[in-house]
Design a protein around this ligand. Sequence first.
Ligand code: CAA
Length: 257
Amino acid sequence: MAYENITVDRRGRVGLITLNRPKALNALNGALIDELNAVLDSFEADEEIGAVVITGNEKAFAAGADITEMRSMSFVDAHGSDFIAKWNRITAFRKPVVAAIAGYALGGGCELAMMCDIAIAGDNAKFGQPEIKLGVIPGAGGTQRLTRAVGKSKAMEMILTGRMMNAEEAERSGLVSRVVPVADVVDEAITVAERIAHFSAPTVALAKASVNRAFETTLAEGVLYERAVFYASFATEDKREGMDAFIEKREPAFTNR
Ligand code: CAA
């Protein structure tokens, strides 16, 4: 399938999605989200793909939802079409997604980054929820995920003033896992994704689901969920292989079964 707003590549077991509207700083319009969702559907079904990297370019990961598309929308248009609902596809994606973020990650761009499982930032990255400057509020999870990621005070300051956070502050605040030189950010993200993809795919999916459970439930319920899933992981052939390999002092050869 030919895409107009993204490019898609494969690096071994890693699927690489590059947001590709450079003239608009990768503003996320409806067509781009549709293409992103279509690729996620195909990567989800593809047993050869173990993890995904999403990136933009050196100037922008994404500068937000497309303002030209929203400009003439009324409340009734926005509410009626519920145009943000389809952004949620990625949150239901079961394989790990690593965001490689260089340049601006603003508004919906920051929200998309926060929907990914691991965020690696280039040292020129800038994060923000500047919607207040446009007379609106974040609409793709920013008020919720930013608050969970960096705490109330920082989230309030960013959302109420539109202040951007640089890469160093983003790492210190827990918004990203690591900062690397901007020229290395995609390679670093691919290396992380490759490492994940070489483990047992069903076990990786269970681990991801268990971490995500922490955002949806109480500690006691989350711990119960984790324990049930931990026991369930004993049903895989890869559990036997992983433990046998440890005892036999060799590298495991996982088969994703
Ligand atoms: N939507 C549409 N177009 C955008 C855009 C966006 N979010 N962000 C940038 N662009 C376009 C600009 O209009 C400009 O296009 P033209 O060359 O045709 O004029 C091009 O990208 C380059 O942008 P600038 O000239 O503004 O570049 P700059 O380097 O001077 O500034 C910037 C960079 C600070 C990121 C600035 O572009 C900016 O503030 N962008 C808007 C950021 C924003 O408000 N994002 C939130 C959007 S709302 C949202 O996301 C809602 C939600 O929660 C789902």
